[in-house]
Design a protein around this ligand. Structure first.
Ligand SMILES: Cc1cc2nc3c(=O)[nH]c(=O)nc-3n(C[C@H](O)[C@H](O)[C@H](O)COP(=O)(O)OP(=O)(O)OC[C@H]3O[C@@H](n4cnc5c(N)ncnc54)[C@H](O)[C@@H]3O)c2cc1C
Length: 385
């Protein structure tokens, strides 16, 4: 058992911290949030570090699978802004890792080098107006007419669809009653005729705008099927594959990044803000809040990196990833809200970043499988032990 970070991981963290300080200064990040604008130019610079290749084998230009490294990148980006962390996740994990595991040779050759060089942006379209946690009840339909696939339906909360090259979409391709069997993953270009995109105005997660996407007789070639024609109706095992475990960890890493940012800011503020003739950090009630938050973050980080080390080695980790997701996202939310109380009224105004941390952290126990769904998973996993 060794809980120390390796030299490689420490160097990666330092590189990311330097990148964030230089390319993602606080005033710019606040502007992306206010304007809900995707900072593509910063994303492209991030690709220059090579970190989009942490899920991609070397033969396609990547650095080889490194899930711990991927989590470090997400955590450090999220510590400043989700506007770069979210597209990183969609490219490196949804596209990169899933195409490595499930894509055809042609898809690997066409997509993976462009994931690594940052020139391809991805959205993932799973949620629908009537489909949230219960993914197997997908209603967007695709049918094959000769060599053409025709898609009809709607996706909801499809983040980044308006700025992406592909929507990685889960669709129904047979009778609904069969639930898990008749599902297929498609790569759908948002620019294709018949695709309409409408913005959704959410509370947080700005900078990679979330959208409603409608498909009306959208025609695609058979090469759009992730994994090729033999994977038509065969998406469910891919959905349940290691991608789902890593997805939980991506959200946990964002929660830890935001929690750390909130704690850092609260620590500084507690040292500066004077009331009753001394800094508020001198009051034991404030000190206890800081100590409690530090402890929760430490525990969340240990859970994240333990689960990531299992996922890295393709070891079973469904229980560990669910526990990490549940604990870290609830901790991230609680920490952001607690830090807001240390800022008093100033935590409630947009001039202070803690206001954004609260908005962003509230989404994390919902996305990537809600806390209730993680508790269900953990209970089922316990019964199997
Ligand atoms: C800002 C934002 C961005 C998002 N981006 C994307 C994206 O890019 N792509 C995408 O596909 N989706 C995205 N989502 C959607 C997100 O993944 C879903 O919100 C999530 O899967 C939950 O679905 P739902 O909101 O429909 O909730 P529902 O599934 O309707 O659940 C509602 C409530 O019921 C509870 N519940 C449901 N089933 C059970 C059960 N079996 N046991 C106990 N409790 C249960 C849930 O915990 C929740 O509290 C995004 C959401 C947000 C808010």
């Amino acid at each position: 058992m060794d809980f120390t970070e390796s030299d490689d991981i420490r160097q990666l963290r330092d590189t990311l911290r330097r990148f964030v300080d230089k390319e993602m200064p606080r005033d710019l990040v606040a502007k992306w949030d206010k304007e809900n604008r995707f900072p593509r130019e910063v994303f492209e610079k991030l690709a220059g570090l090579g970190v989009l290749g942490l899920t991609v084998p070397e033969e396609y230009g990547g650095l080889g699978r490194n899930i711990i490294g991927t989590m470090v990148v997400i955590e450090e980006l999220a510590r400043r802004s989700l506007a770069v962390a979210l597209p990183y996740i969609n490219a490196a994990c949804y596209a990169g890792m899933n195409i490595v595991e499930c894509g055809t040779q042609q898809q690997k050759e066409e997509i993976l080098p462009r994931v690594v060089d940052g020139s391809m942006i991805f959205a993932y379209g799973w949620t629908e107006p009537d489909v949230g946690s219960d993914l197997a009840s997908m209603r967007t339909r695709a049918e094959r007419r000769g060599d053409t696939i025709v898609v009809n339906g709607a996706k909801r909360f499809c983040s980044g669809a308006g700025v992406s090259d592909y929507i990685y979409a889960l669709v129904r391709t047979g009778p609904e009653e069969e639930r898990y069997r008749n599902l297929t993953l498609l790569l759908i270009p948002p620019t294709q005729a018949g695709v309409t995109i409408e913005p959704i105005n959410g509370l947080g997660l700005k900078g990679f705008p979330t959208t409603d996407v409608t498909f009306e007789d959208v025609e695609l070639p058979l090469s759009s099927i992730v994994g090729g024609v033999e994977k038509w109706n065969g998406a469910w095992p891919m959905v349940l594959g290691s991608g789902l475990d890593v997805e939980k960890l991506e959200v946990a890493a964002m929660a830890i990044g935001i929690g750390q940012a909130a704690l850092d800011d609260a620590w500084t503020y507690a040292g500066e803000r004077q009331q009753f003739g001394k800094a508020i950090g001198n009051y034991q009630s404030v000190q206890h809040k800081l100590a409690e938050m530090k402890t929760r973050l430490h525990a969340a980080r240990l859970m994240l990196y333990h689960a990531a080390s299992l996922a890295d080695r393709h070891l079973p980790c469904t229980g560990e990833t669910s526990m990490a997701k549940l604990f870290a996202t609830e901790a991230g939310k609680a920490i952001s809200l607690e830090c807001q109380t240390i800022f008093g009224a100033y935590g409630y105004v947009k001039d202070f970043d803690v206001e954004r941390y609260v908005r962003d952290s509230l989404a994390l126990p919902i996305i990537g499988g809600s806390s209730a769904i993680q508790r269900n998973n953990i209970y089922k996993w316990m019964k199997r032990q």
